[in-house]
Structure formats: C-alpha cells, structure tokens
Write a protein that binds this ligand. Structure first.
Ligand SMILES: [Zn+2]
Length: 129
C-alpha cells in the first residue's frame, strides 16, 4: 500500500514531466492547435487589464513550470490558476508565478507583520508627540 504522501508525490512528478514537455513545444501566442488540458483565454477580459499599445495575448493557458524563488522547488502554475490570475484577479501579462504555495504564504505573513510593525510605530510616534 502506498501512503497518501507518496501518491501525491507521484502525481506531482507526473504533472511536472507533462508540463515540461508542453512548455517546450507550445507557443501560447500563435499555436493553431489547442493542446489537450489547455484552458482558453478570454481576450476581451485580457484587453481590459492590459492596455499596452502593442498587445500580444495568449490564446490559451497551459500548465507552466517555474522554480520557487525562495526554496528552489520545482512547481507548476496550472492553466486554471493562470486564467484566474490574469482574468479575474487582474494580474498583468508580464507577471508570472515566482513562489510556491507555502513560500507565498510565508511571504504574505512576513509582509503583514512588517506592515503591522510599521503602523504600530506610527501610532506610537503620534502618541509621543
Ligand atoms: Zn517555495
């Protein structure tokens, strides 16, 4: 019997391999054939968020590989996550995933606590005046 952790690891490795293959051969901007597992891009929404004078929009999203900036683990930015980021969250096209989930969480916490310290500092200095 395989443990769940092992299974998850195997699934992740499989997906990594598949994404590696895809990212080498597919041009999301000009490919005529939409690959299996791709998520179609909605150009009208992309135009709203990315009003560059020479816009180039992806026709679809495919799972992308990236290496986490902080822990160097190999990660997948899934097609669905990209669609969400670019078309719902309003992310710009030049922005891509740079941190894995757990490092992103840590980074958010770090930022929040830095902001809190900053705001506490301001509050304190106001009291002293
Ligand atoms: Zn990481």
């Amino acid at each position: 019997m395989k443990s769940n952790k092992q299974k998850r690891k195997e699934i992740k490795e499989k997906r990594l391999k598949k994404a590696q293959k895809l990212s080498k051969v597919i041009d999301v901007y000009s490919s005529r054939k939409i690959p299996e597992g791709a998520v179609l891009a909605n150009k009208e929404v992309l135009v709203l968020y990315n009003n560059s004078p020479f816009p180039v929009y992806p026709r679809f999203y495919i799972d992308k590989l990236f290496i986490c900036k902080d822990c160097y683990s190999h990660e997948i930015w899934t097609a669905k996550q990209q669609k969400w980021w670019y078309e719902i969250a309003g992310g710009r096209l030049e922005q891509i995933a740079i941190r894995c989930r757990s490092c992103r969480k840590k980074e958010t916490e770090r930022k929040n606590s830095a902001r809190k310290i900053h705001l506490d500092g301001i509050a304190k200095s106001h009291k002293e005046v």
